[in-house]
Design a protein around this ligand. Structure first.
Ligand code: GLU
Length: 500
């Protein structure tokens, strides 16, 4: 039997990167096993519903390369108000894939559960429920429904009056399930609430909808965050009540900061969109997420895996039981490795939107600018860790710089007079080099350093700050050559004037 797994986000915001890691596991498992990866939208929480996040979620998955085999179709997406629905529509044989489109199905199952003695109607008012909760709190008990309506005669509440439908949880005994990661998990029934299954507005709760959908979409493995473990006994009871075969449960440990603290926002990056904006490559983020809580083998030291290698080597049964620590430093390192592994043409394409976003390069990029970018890329490829780094590192190629201050110009320890001399002689040398190429510039400037009897650091540091406005820049000779003779001479002259 082919495996079928799903990612079932609630469109209440963009999924947290920790949850995205769980999506990566689902996707890798599906691809490894030659099965299907389903995307289902769980929009039953109408209070927190934010329809605009549906395309954002889809765009994020697509950017990471996590393609789904089944998911909302065109009409469903249109009805959910998704713009550009054509771009995301996939469809499939078990639709609809947006839960609000499936309400009659949940209602039917809830009624079947009542008929079978596994559920009951409840018309307790919110005020009464609040009183019950307060009394329980006062007694130091966990808040639970007091089962008032469970003991009413069967016809006491008419199907036509406002009410909810609750699960009739056995009062004694235990509910047990096997989990791929945790092994046997046992819950005392006495501690399980008579969960609402169907709300008075006709919408199911998550618990009913997830079971109905996982069953009817023939999901074989439920791989989700282990914050759902406490909900699972309710699901298990529903499977038993309905006589449905249970999927395999696999509750994946949380993602934390190194040291076990809750995953904090660093510079805001906790969603795919944010990582993307901060200049991470999709393939680096995918590689990184796949290794959060999973390793391909005992003693394995390789850390860089292509998408194909990850699929080939992924093993759900080797997912770690301990929470996985999210190290931004490691992600940065990995991103640098991936950036360096790109061809310079490919890197140029990835960098272009960042240059354009910063207003340094026009949209569309004219051919003559592209020719310049093609020369810049090899100079910076070894130096950037994020695609965004390119803006700060290369802005001086595109815009005029303010002449650096005397203090900046003298930072290498020369006095003003000596610095002026260096700048003047550099200008003379650079005015004279026959061709303004890296190959011609380098030997002439090195000869100048010799003649002046100064150090490389002093002379090149001064030229660097004068022509780029920065103490750290891409390699100097290549940078000068790309800037071109005219701009270099003008910037050197402007710097000299700062020291008069
Ligand atoms: N809609 C749930 C969520 O937002 C899905 C949980 C599950 O995978 O069962 O995470």
């Amino acid at each position: 039997m082919s495996v079928r797994v799903r990612f079932a986000p609630s469109p209440t915001g963009e999924p947290h990167i920790g949850n995205v890691r769980t999506v990566v596991f689902n996707w890798l498992f599906a691809r490894k096993m030659g099965g299907q990866f389903i995307l289902r939208i769980e929009d039953t929480d109408r209070v927190r519903y934010q329809p605009e996040t549906i395309p954002v979620i889809m765009e994020g998955l697509r950017w990471l390369g996590l393609d789904w085999d089944e998911g909302p179709g065109l009409e469903e997406l249109k009805r959910a108000g998704v713009e550009n629905a054509e771009a995301y529509a996939v469809g499939g044989p078990y639709g609809p894939y947006i839960q609000s489109e499936r309400l009659p199905l949940y209602k039917q199952v809830a009624e079947e559960l009542i008929a079978a003695g596994w559920a009951y109607r409840c018309n307790c008012t919110p005020e009464r429920l609040e009183e019950v909760r307060q009394a329980q709190r006062a007694r130091g008990q966990p808040p639970m429904y007091d089962r008032h309506c469970r003991y009413l005669p069967p016809d006491a509440i008419s199907p036509d009056e406002p009410h909810v439908i609750r699960l009739k949880v056995p009062l004694t005994g235990r509910t047990v399930f096997q989990d791929v990661i945790r092994g046997e998990v046992v819950f005392e029934n006495a501690g399980i609430d008579d969960q609402v299954l169907l709300k008075s507005d006709g919408f199911p709760t998550y618990h009913l909808a997830v079971v109905v959908d996982d069953h009817s979409m023939k999901v074989t493995h439920v791989i989700r965050g282990d914050d759902w473990v406490p909900s699972t006994p309710k699901h298990v009871l529903l499977y038993q009540a309905l006589g449905w075969e249970m999927p395999v449960f696999c509750h994946v440990p949380l993602v934390t900061m190194p040291g076990g603290k809750k995953l904090a926002k660093r510079a805001g990056a906790t969603s795919i969109t944010e990582f993307r904006k901060q200049g991470y490559l999709a393939e680096a983020l995918l590689n990184f997420l796949a290794l959060l809580g999973w390793a391909p083998g005992e003693g394995e030291t390789q850390e860089i895996f292509s998408r194909e290698e990850l699929i080939e080597r992924f093993d759900l049964y080797r997912v770690n039981r301990a929470p996985a620590a999210f190290s931004y430093d490691k992600l940065d390192w990995m991103n640098g490795v991936y950036i360096r592994s790109l061809s310079s043409d490919e890197l140029l394409e990835r960098l272009l939107p960042f240059w354009q976003e910063a207003g340094l390069v026009p949209v569309p990029c004219p051919p003559e600018t592209r020719a310049v970018l093609r020369r810049i890329v090899p100079l910076i490829q070894e130096r950037i860790k994020h695609l965004t780094d390119v803006v700060e590192m290369t802005d001086f190629f595109f815009v005029d710089i303010a002449p650096p201050s005397a203090e900046q110009l003298l930072a290498q320890g020369l006095d003003a007079e000596k610095a002026r001399e260096v700048l003047r002689r550099t200008r003379a040398v650079l005015a004279d080099v026959p061709e303004f190429s890296e190959e011609a510039i380098e030997p002439s400037l090195r000869a100048l350093v010799e003649e002046l009897g100064l150090s490389n650091r002093q002379v090149f540091g001064l030229i660097r700050i004068a022509t780029t406005g920065k103490a750290v820049s891409p390699p100097l000779f290549g940078t000068l050559s790309i800037l071109g003779r005219e701009r270099v001479l003008a910037r050197l002259e402007a710097a000299e004037r700062q020291l008069m």
